[in-house]
Design a protein around this ligand. Sequence first.
Ligand code: CO
Length: 477
Amino acid sequence: MMHSSPYALGFTTLDHEVDHVPLTVTGALPGWLAGSLIRTGPARFEVGEQAYVHWFDGLAMLHAFAFHSGLASYSNRFIHSKSWCEAEENGRIVRGEFMTDPCRTIFGRVMALFDPKTTDNANVNVAMLGERIVALTETPMPIRFDPHTLETQGHLAFGKAVKGQISTAHPHTDGMLGYSYVIKMGRKSAYRLFVDEGGRQRVLAELPVDQPSYMHSFGMSERHLILTEFPLRVNPLRLALSGQPFITNYRWQPEHGTIFSVIDRTSGAVVARAKAPSCFAFHHVNAFEESGVVHVDFLAYPDAGVIDRLRLDRLRAGTPSNAVSTLTRFSIPLDAAGSETLVAVEGKGLCGTPFELPRIDYLRRAGRRHTCVWGVGQSEPASFLDTIVKAELADAIPVVRRWHEDGCYAGEPVFVARPDGDAEDDGILLSVVLDARAHTSFLLVLDAATLTERARAAVPHHIPFGFHGNHFPDVNQ
Ligand code: CO
């Protein structure tokens, strides 16, 4: 029998759906906590006789925790995306995912690129795109849903000019305008950064590229967007014709280094470019400008090996995933040479404790200097993401705080500021935690400053490990 990891339950299908079940709360939820935490993640890992290959492939489910007067309720529902509906109807995997492809003819594949039968399986993030709450994956087909019933409502259509096959599940917002990008793949490929003004998208900048990078997120400072091209690149023709799953077409080409393009948020002009040694990241943490320099923080891996380590067979067998990386700052001069010259920059590690799924006080700090970052780390190298980590960067030597409990695996900690609170860490963290020994999950509520527990609310079933979500203060039940 195959050895099974103690956290394999987190990669096990959940079919059970519930609607607004009241949760038993241990401890006390803050009286001011209202609104809803809405998250997404993979929840079904098989269709008929077929199985998905990678953690990023599973069919998406929404999970919502609604808060009111110290009470909490929970709902969960599969997203009825095209990926999900076609799989249901056919009893097999129909649309290709990140590392899984249905067997398709070459003809079908060519058609797929130009008439995108690409996935809309929005299992990565739930966020505001412009003025709408949507569920997102890395294609330009965000899913609209009713935030109260979690019922799928269809796609959010991008404006005609915003054409591309790939996008990001991590859009930015400054409270007024939304920012994101698509990647147009073809004979002439390009990154198209766009701005969303009141639900209308407009292309802000178009950057031609021969071999587009795999990028999971980008940076936003007060006046600029920062596109970071990691040297994991793809030949668009190979992507169209290879017959191989999406990510396996990308090649690690460290000789390219890591390329930063700094784009003016108003004019769309590329105002600076820089090159750092090769590295890889999923998540930008934040970016900010001081004294003519743009500082870009992300969680840097030495290479893209982590992608393969997150295959489901490895995770279920307990092969160490080391899905944690180093909080690293890259400082790009704005006025040194203009956009024609690649300025050489080096990353500077900010914190000795590696982690992932980073969060900041986004509403108040996005684009401005931050001093607190929360995320999930590992209690030991052989484990999986299991620990909530806080890095305090205000002093020269960062202070790191942790929350961990044996047999428990914590997910992304979402920061919710206390109304009228001043300090950057005055608030709480909301994290969905798998209790592998009890075979269930619970919502954990920590004091964001000290990481001491304030409350937990037990969920009636396990919640497979997900990726991202957000707290929406206006979504009341
Ligand atoms: Co992400």
